[in-house]
Design a protein around this ligand. Structure first.
Ligand code: HAM
Length: 420
């Protein structure tokens, strides 16, 4: 038997409704914030992620599904959405649109070759938002507000917003030097990756999964001590707006994020729910002021976030939130005898075309078994049609929950059900 690949999952009926509910809720919130959907390809040129996400990140170094196509091009299944959205912004010259910032959202599968565990998959579905083209700290607060609104709307309570600033180029350079001075004398005690990162990108050391318990990690210089005046002001303003919006947060100077493109605001939403598991990050995001330029566009700043539906569902489960997902049927047609059975084919079509969720038996079941099936399918009504009913041109409409039943003329069935 061929099994599903490690780190992937089938989402079956019964669960898929929860996914749809989450996606629907998120899309509706985005609409109220005036964000439009964008769809980009599942694979891109490998170079996009090397340049966009960053050569020294775990994602690019270890986690990409990269392959050569038959034309000898190196392609990669997207590990995240931001690089693709920014590529599309540049390629489609969206920077020329007078309506800046361009506000976009997306949802779709992402791929990372990670060690699968609870909340960590090799294929996972992200819902993300990007606002490109504005330097206003109020847009940072707006973007953060979107994800907080989505999570609250879905019923999550035990969540915590954590923010930090990674500063502008100058702040980052000063911090970089301080990090090198801090780690250099004892870099031999760190893993090979971190030794490599010391000169290339010492910030990545702070994000290392292997060395995270090393004592030097706790005493590492904080970026907040190296912020330039404009960066400090920008961060203050973001916090001011968050307070204005009534969004609670804590500042964590050790929050660095695992992707290279961030400047200024970086944030994560964590779950504090008991039993959520070891990975507590539900959502990650931040500002990427150099990315549009790095990908060949003009100097245009951007900010966004992404969360995976897998992790969100896990948090909802940990908090025991019941999503009000709809399943079931409006009407199940029960037919007895050849003639009624034939008649029911067309009647069923009429119900469906009138927008009523309806089904019938296709297994030649007896009446009792058909009613049982109606029950199993969660039908609100059963419309019973036997030979006698057919002669009288009526159906027996049975309310499944109460068992109450009454005769309804066949030509009134649609309007009766619609009324109810
Ligand atoms: P990220 O932190 O790499 O950021 O991922 C964002 C979210 O995707 C995580 O918080 C988590 O919910 C989910 N996620 C990541 N990896 C996995 C996995 N292996 N299994 C399940 N869920 C996962 C980004 O991807 C950035 N593009 C976010 C962003 C948008 N920044 C600015 N704009």
């Amino acid at each position: 038997m061929i099994q599903i690949p490690r780190g992937t999952q089938d989402i079956l009926p019964g669960t898929v409704e929860k996914w749809q509910w989450i996606e629907q809720t998120a899309k509706e919130v985005c609409r109220t914030y005036n964000y439009s959907e964008i769809r980009t390809p599942i694979f891109e040129h490998t170079e996009l992620f090397q340049r966009g996400v960053g050569d020294t990140t775990d994602i690019v170094q270890k986690e990409m599904y990269t392959f050569e196509d038959r034309g000898g091009r190196s392609l990669t299944l997207r590990p995240e959405g931001t690089a693709s959205v920014v590529r599309s912004y540049v390629e489609n010259k969206m920077y020329g649109d007078p309506n800046q910032p361009v506000k976009l959202f997306y949802t779709g599968p992402m791929f990372r070759y990670e060690r699968p565990q609870a909340g960590r998959f090799r294929q996972f579905v992200q819902f993300g938002v990007e606002a490109i083209g504005s330097e206003d700290p109020a847009i940072d607060a707006e973007v953060i507000s979107i994800v907080m609104t989505i999570f609250k709307k879905l019923g999550l309570k035990n969540i915590q917003l954590v923010i930090n600033s990674l500063g502008d180029k100058e702040s980052r350079l000063a911090h970089r030097e301080a990090l090198i001075q801090h780690f250099k004398p004892r870099i031999g005690e760190f893993c090979a990756d971190c030794q490599n990162r010391l000169d290339k990108n010492p910030l990545r050391i702070l994000d290392c999964k292997k060395d995270r318990d090393h004592e030097l990690m706790k005493t590492a210089p904080s970026i907040l001590d190296y912020l330039t005046e404009p960066s400090r002001k920008f961060f203050d303003k973001v916090q001011f707006y968050l307070k204005e919006l009534g969004i609670e947060f804590i500042v964590d100077p050790t929050l660095v994020r695992g992707l290279d493109y961030y400047h200024h605001t970086a944030f994560e939403v964590m779950s504090n729910a008991e039993g959520f598991g070891a990975i507590t990050t539900l959502c990650g995001g931040g500002r990427y002021n150099g990315l549009v330029q790095d990908l060949g566009g003009p100097e245009m700043p951007g900010i966004g976030f992404a969360f995976s539906i897998e992790r969100l569902l896990q948090a909802l489960e940990a908090e025991k939130v019941e999503l009000s997902v709809e399943r079931g049927l409006d009407c199940f047609l029960v037919s007895l005898g050849e003639e009624a059975k034939d008649y029911s084919v067309k009647l069923l079509q009429e119900l469906r075309h009138a927008g009523i969720r309806a089904d019938k038996d296709y297994q030649d079941r007896k009446m009792k078994a058909q009613l049982k099936q109606a029950d199993r399918l969660g039908a609100r009504f059963a419309a019973i049609l036997g030979e006698d009913e057919l002669k009288k041109q009526v159906v027996v409409l049975k309310q499944m929950e109460t068992g109450e039943q009454r005769e309804v003329p066949i030509d009134r069935l649609v309007s009766e059900l619609k009324e109810i």
